[in-house]
Each structure stands twice: as structure tokens, then as C-alpha cells.
Design a protein around this ligand. Structure first.
Ligand code: NI
Length: 234
């Protein structure tokens, strides 16, 4: 049986997401990165998508924070990951709280992007990390000016732990949407940042990297992935 084809971007230009960093990092972790060139190297080499690979160099406390965060991020097999998120219409305190929580989860999970869907909230919101800057939240994302030029690179996902698969993405695009306060937002993205925006936007449409990879990588990923029990949130 064939997998359903992913919708082309020009048919679902509502998606969340923004910039991602070539090297995901967080202000709190500066000391860690400065003292651990090997770790940042692994990140840069292995992760183009959403996930920072686990590393032996994460200290015990950071590792514990990461594991706790991952228990609060929906994992492959959870049907919510296949659902379509709704447009946000209220830029209220609930939205602010959601964004704050998502940024914290992304940070703790060592990711560079996180869509609301992955926290079980079907609203069109995602957050992403660009370099040393504070994480950015994008509400009701829409793409324009998608480049014809594409690039294939490996991506991981916080909801698909333990795998990376090659995914073809547009190299450049312009991301439109609103910030959590309801102000208009428009950002030109290229390369890794554009990739993360497309990845997160896919989440809002129930699309996973498994849907966009080669048949060979898909089969190999499935051999690794099994529906995992959803651990209780703490
Ligand atoms: Ni993902």
C-alpha cells in the first residue's frame, strides 16, 4: 500500500515556523558550547532538522531535563501528530502561555523547532531557535516566494526519536504570520532556517518527515520506530 502523498506546499501555505539555526544553541548553554566543540560539531554535522542529537557530553542534569521534556512531546504513533491544526484567532494569555511553554520544552529537549501539535495543542503555532537569539514564535504561518531550487539533507524530529532521514526542501522562502501579540511578521529564510520552517509547518498539517523521504529511508526508519507508549506528564 502506498503512503499518502504529502500535500505540495503551494496547496497548503498555512504553516508555522520560522528561522532555525545552523547550530542550535541557547543563551543558557553558552558555557557548555564553549567548552564542548565536539558536541557542537556533532550537532552541526548530524542534525538539519529539529533535533539535537543526544550526546554523552550533556551533563546529567541537562540529560534529565531533556528526558522530562521528551515525555511531554507527543511521539510517533500518537494520532494527534496526524491531525491538522486550526488557525489561531485569539491572541490572548492562553496563547502567551502556550508559546512560553513551547519555548521551554524546545530548549530543554535540545531542539531547534517545535510545533504546537507536538504538545497536543492543535493550533497553528510554532517556535524555532536561530543562533544565539531568543527563540521566535510564529502564529498562523504562511509561505510565499518558495524557491524552485531545492536541497536534500538529513532531518530529525523530536517526535521521531532515534532516526534521521533525507528530506528535500525548498532552499529559500518568505515566512509570513503573526507574533504571539498579533503583530504582523515577515521573514526571509534560507538554508537550514527555511528547512526548519517547512518542517514545523508540516507538523501543523499532520505531515511528518517520513512522508517526505525516500522509500528506502522510510522502510529503514520504520524498522527503528515503533509506536511508543505516551509517558505520563509530570
Ligand atoms: Ni518535528
Amino acid at each position: 500500500m502506498r503512503r499518502p502523498r504529502s500535500p505540495p506546499y503551494d496547496k497548503h501555505m498555512k504553516a508555522p515556523c520560522v528561522l532555525a539555526s545552523r547550530r542550535p544553541s541557547h543563551p543558557d548553554d553558552e558555557a557548555h558550547y564553549e567548552t564542548s566543540s565536539q558536541y557542537t560539531g556533532r550537532v552541526a554535522d548530524e542534525v538539519e532538522g529539529q533535533v539535537i542529537e543526544e550526546s554523552d557530553e550533556l551533563d546529567a542534569e541537562a540529560q534529565a531535563r531533556r528526558q522530562l521534556a521528551l515525555t511531554q512531546i507527543r511521539q510517533y504513533g500518537d494520532p494527534v501528530l496526524r491531525m491538522t491544526a486550526r488557525e489561531v484567532t485569539s491572541f490572548d494569555e492562553d496563547l502567551q502561555r502556550l508559546v512560553t511553554r513551547m519555548k521551554q520544552l524546545m530548549h530543554d529537549a535540545r531542539g531547534v523547532g517545535l510545533a504546537a501539535t507536538q504538545t497536543g495543542i492543535l493550533q497553528r503555532v510554532f517556535v524555532f531557535q536561530e543562533g544565539e537569539e531568543d527563540a521566535i514564535a510564529v502564529v498562523n504561518p504562511v509561505f510565499s516566494d518558495l524557491s524552485n531550487e531545492t536541497e536534500i539533507d538529513d532531518e530529525g524530529c523530536l517526535s521521531l526519536q532515534g532516526i534521521t532521514v533525507p528530506v528535500e526542501r525548498h532552499l529559500r522562502l518568505t515566512l509570513h504570520g503573526k507574533d504571539p501579540e498579533g503583530n504582523d511578521l515577515s521573514i526571509e529564510l534560507e538554508g537550514h532556517a527555511a528547512r526548519v520552517a517547512q518542517h514545523e509547518t508540516d507538523h501543523l498539517d499532520g505531515v511528518l518527515i517520513l512522508d517526505r523521504t525516500t522509500d528506502e529511508a522510510y522502510k529503514a526508519a520504520l524498522a527503528t520506530l515503533r509506536p511508543k507508549p505516551i509517558l505520563a506528564s509530570v
